[in-house]
Design a protein around this ligand. Structure first.
Ligand code: VG1
Ligand code: CO
Length: 543
């Protein structure tokens, strides 16, 4: 089967963001759009001839078409083998594990994660390197440069591969192995967690609802929670992946996962509620009448991880993204282990994990994970929570309160302003940046500013420097205001405002979060002029 060289012209907008290239599905369906980007990735890599490429996605609309194109391009470029999840499905953490486990050269993950799918939704492609993690900026910058000059791509003239059938297939000279998307991942989870203890919990009447949001974690959750751990059938809801996520928005927050939240706050709440996002790397954790903020969850998981067999020897360190609350910092301090603050996006944790400097990482956006893969991992977080609940024999609310009583509480919220005019959003950031030197010397009422800067990350492992990662205004009492623009939105700009205030161990832990942060919320608006400039009188989403 011959290799064709197809001439093409560049697209100007193929710049990877926080997590790969994300655009409207209609943009990805433009002829040559997928082909150009994938060929640009391969053109930016060296040494993959004869090696293995892992391919899978969250099952969203256009997944199937894009995967067949990728297989043809990979074959034409000389990969020796492609490993593809059955039906083209692999969760993001599942793909990360497959890459590591089979020592693949890298992988392509097709997903726009928490963004809606379908013909009117979003699509995305992300390249992960051999450690299983998202490509570092060095590679994504090279890919973007290549997309601007590309003039041809290589295509194997071969028929579609039957991705429904597990086993060995071919695309030209390249072997295509279709694998069970869940099996290897489930086996990994068994090595980390006390499955008999969790099964015992369910056997003794512990109740749970897991909302897979019509997305990729459905098959994983059915197999692991219901089949392996014995949770009653029906524990997993919305468990069949659908191309448009049942018309929903697969972001496991209190807005888009409201039915679960309502259930957990109501009289018929099960003991534990959880959800995951489009590609399975995020997690939502809710106990009976207790929502656990992702930042608190990170701190709690870090503090309790040694209760799970995989972490019985303790943690090397913890890392969190800059906007994530400092709750985990207090745990690291108490444990006497390293704490790292990185820019937003999982790619910045890779070096620290590879170097063995940290074991658990997390982001305020409902992402937590560990050294077991190089992505955040939704089901992993759920299983670690279950392991902790089984070991401590306490409810979620009790565990959270205990934690605050020891470490204090970091009240935390994020306000998103979606689809803001990009010009207005960029000007707001530029003007705020220009004000930082004055802000740094100011006191607002009793709040004294301790620092005001645009976060720059110096990677302690490879020395790389990433600038302009978000504006932070920190106060003497530990409170913080952070403002940055999203790198995953596909329409206009998304402005994210993050607010945090620390209440010590013996302080007031029962305030309403928005009330507890009301002074900082209005101060942020006063300093940045968000409402006036955007013309919005409220955020689009509060988490
Ligand atoms: C958002 C989150 C970030 C996360 C990223 C990818 O990025 O804030 O924490 O790593 O999404 O998550 P941004 O640039 O829009 O703020 V996922 O689950 O969409 O791959
Ligand atoms: Co995701």
């Amino acid at each position: 089967m011959p290799i064709q060289t197809i001439s093409t012209t560049p697209f100007a907008d193929q710049k990877p963001g926080t997590s790969g290239l994300r655009k409207r599905t209609s943009v990805f369906m433009t002829p040559n759009y997928v082909e150009n980007f994938v060929q640009s990735i391969f053109d930016s890599l060296e040494g993959f001839k004869g090696k293995t490429l892992v391919i899978g996605g969250d099952g969203r609309y256009h997944n199937d078409v894009a995967i067949q194109a990728i297989i043809r391009i990979a074959s034409a470029n000389g990969f020796g083998k492609a490993m593809v999840g059955q039906g083209g499905l692999l969760s993001t953490p599942g793909a990360s594990h497959v890459i590591r486990h089979y020592k693949a050269f890298g992988g392509l993950i097709l997903s726009a994660s928490h963004n809606p799918g379908g013909p009117g939704g979003d699509f995305g492609i992300k390249y992960n390197v051999g450690n299983g993690g998202p490509a570092p900026e060095k590679i994504t910058d090279a890919v973007f440069a290549r997309t601007k000059t590309i003039d041809r791509y290589l295509l194997r003239d071969a028929p579609d591969v039957d991705l429904g059938t597990i086993g060995m297939h071919r695309s030209g000279e390249m072997v295509v192995e279709v694998i069970d998307p869940v099996a290897d991942y489930a086996a990994l989870m068994q090595t980390l967690f006390d499955f008999p203890a969790i099964a015992n919990l369910f056997a003794n009447g512990f109740t749970m609802r897991f909302d897979a949001m019509h997305a990729i974690t459905g098959p994983y959750a059915h197999r692991i929670l219901e089949d392996m751990l014995g949770a009653p059938k029906g524990t997993v809801v919305n468990g069949i992946p659908s191309p448009d996520f049942g018309g929903g928005h697969p972001d496991p927050n209190l807005v888009y996962c409201k039915p679960l939240h309502d259930l957990m706050m109501g009289p018929d709440a099960p003991d534990f509620g959880a959800a995951s996002d489009g590609d399975g790397d995020r997690n939502l954790i809710i106990g009976r009448k207790r929502f656990v903020t992702p930042s608190d969850s990170l701190a709690l998981l870090a503090a309790n991880a040694p209760l799970a067999p995989g972490y019985a020897n303790g943690l090397a360190g913890i890392a969190r993204s800059m906007p994530t609350s400092a709750a985990a910092d207090r745990v690291a301090e108490t444990l006497g282990i390293e704490m790292h603050e990185t820019p937003t996006g999982w790619k910045f944790f890779g070096n620290l994990l590879d170097a063995g400097r940290v074991t658990i990482c997390g982001e305020e956006s409902a992402g937590t994970g560990s050294s077991h893969v190089r992505e955040k991992d939704g089901l992993w977080a759920v299983l670690l929570w279950l392991n902790i609940l089984a070991a401590r024999q306490q409810g979620v609310d009790e565990i959270v309160r205990d934690h605050w009583a020891i470490y204090g509480r970091n009240y935390y919220t994020r306000h998103d302003y979606d689809e803001v005019d990009a010009g207005i959003a960029n000007k707001l950031m530029d003007d705020l940046r220009a004000q930082l030197p004055q802000i740094a010397n100011t006191a607002y009422d009793s709040l004294k500013v301790a620092y005001a800067d645009d976060f720059t990350y110096h990677d302690p492992i490879d020395g790389s420097v990433s600038g302009k990662q978000g504006i932070r205004i920190g106060f003497a009492d530990g409170s913080r205001i952070v403002i940055r623009l999203s790198g995953t939105g596909t329409v206009g700009a998304t402005l994210r405002l993050y607010l945090e205030r620390y209440e010590p161990a013996h302080g007031q832990h029962d305030l309403d979060t928005q009330q507890a942060l009301s002074f900082l919320i209005s101060l942020a608006d006063r300093i940045a002029g968000i409402r006036e400039r955007t013309g919005r009188d409220a955020p689009s989403v509060i988490t």
